[in-house]
Design a protein around this ligand. Structure first.
Ligand SMILES: [Zn+2]
Ligand SMILES: [Zn+2]
Ligand SMILES: [Zn+2]
Length: 345
């Protein structure tokens, strides 16, 4: 029996245990159920025609003759009805005894990615995927004008969460006055790598991966999709621009990115029985919020935006929660091959 491996992810500094004697894919996906292509039961507030059910829109891509908060839109962004954080007010950074407290200030927005119920990104035509990416960019640019926010995080919870919204394609954008811990590790590790090597860690990884060619799922001129060397979960995927770029919102290659994103999600769904997944977009931090404090001096050279997709096949074990080591039962080499070929037998 081949020995399992500890592998360190240079970006987060976390270690995973990668199985060499792998699980059967059939067992891994036995709990997944493909999203039935069913129509809305008329109760979905995200559907076209139900605009009055959501808070007033912040941004939309619409047909020329359509009006705000009416139908005729392609992508629509609205405040979340039950936001984690409130947009108005001051942070009021304070100490309570030995503890630090800030007011729950932030932005919580919903990007409604299609007026059609149950049209997922992998079903869309490429123009529509581009519209979705364009809406993401607009919101990143706008939210970063607010210097209370240090970070803007885009995330999508596919197949999970609130029942009513479950089958209608949407993402959340949350802007926070504190840099999320996960991102902070990435920022610290990439800055440290830059200090030693004067190179971007992500660029180094991309070069290594293109050379090794063991964990590449697909690529075009501008983007590459791969399974990270120390993947924390089976079929974890990263999509990165091949050219160094710090901020997602500076990217102009929408048609190429739309193609890669759609293809990756289509492969994941068709090969693995449409698993639930979490998608996050990690762009550079809000430099406008950190500059006065002398943060992010080398950010434009040391950080590189990317999209991370993590399928959810199972919960965590007590060992994983207790130790922080994650156990990955399918090696990223096998995962990349299966997604490339779209078959596992
Ligand atoms: Zn709907
Ligand atoms: Zn780079
Ligand atoms: Zn990341």
């Amino acid at each position: 029996m081949a020995m399992n491996q500890f592998r360190r992810d240079p970006i987060t500094g976390r270690w995973s245990i990668i199985f060499q004697e792998e699980y059967k894919i059939e067992d891994l996906i036995s709990n997944t159920t493909p999203r039935r292509k069913k129509k809305s039961n008329g109760k979905c507030q995200l559907c076209g025609g139900f605009e009055a059910e959501t808070p007033s829109e912040i941004f939309a891509i619409r047909d020329d003759n359509s009006k705000k908060n009416e139908s005729g839109w392609k992508v629509r962004v609205v405040p979340d009805k039950q936001p984690f954080l409130q947009i108005y007010g001051d942070l009021d950074n304070r100490g309570v005894g030995m503890y630090d407290v800030l007011n729950g200030i932030g932005a919580h927005e919903l990007v409604i990615e299609s007026p059609k119920h149950n049209e997922q990104i992998y079903d869309m035509d490429l123009d529509q995927v581009q519209n979705v990416l364009f809406a993401y960019r607009e919101r990143f640019i706008d939210l970063k004008r607010d210097t209370r926010f240090r970070y803007v995080l885009l995330h999508k919870n596919y197949g999970d969460g609130n029942d009513q919204l479950k089958n209608h394609s949407h993402s959340h954008i949350i802007a926070t006055p504190i840099t999320p811990a996960r991102v902070k590790y990435e920022l610290m590790n990439t800055r440290e790598h830059y200090q030693y090597k004067e190179r971007c860690l992500f660029c180094d990884i991309i070069n290594q991966e293109l050379e090794d060619d063991e964990r590449i799922i697909l690529q075009n001129d501008k983007f590459v999709a791969l399974t990270p060397f120390a993947s924390r979960a089976p079929f974890e995927i990263s999509i990165l621009p091949k050219q160094h770029e710090t901020f997602f919102e500076w990217n102009n290659e929408y048609s190429q990115l739309a193609f890669i994103l759609k293809e990756v999600l289509r492969k994941l769904s068709s090969t693995l029985n449409d698993p639930n997944f979490v998608m996050v977009l990690h762009s550079g931090p809000n430099v406008a919020a950190g500059k006065q404090r002398g943060y992010w001096k080398t950010i434009e050279r040391d950080y590189h935006w990317h999209i991370d997709i993590t399928p959810q096949f199972r919960g965590f074990t007590s060992f994983e929660i207790g130790s922080g080591f994650q156990i990955n039962v399918i090696s990223p080499e096998t995962a990349a091959r299966i997604l490339r070929e779209e078959k596992y037998n």
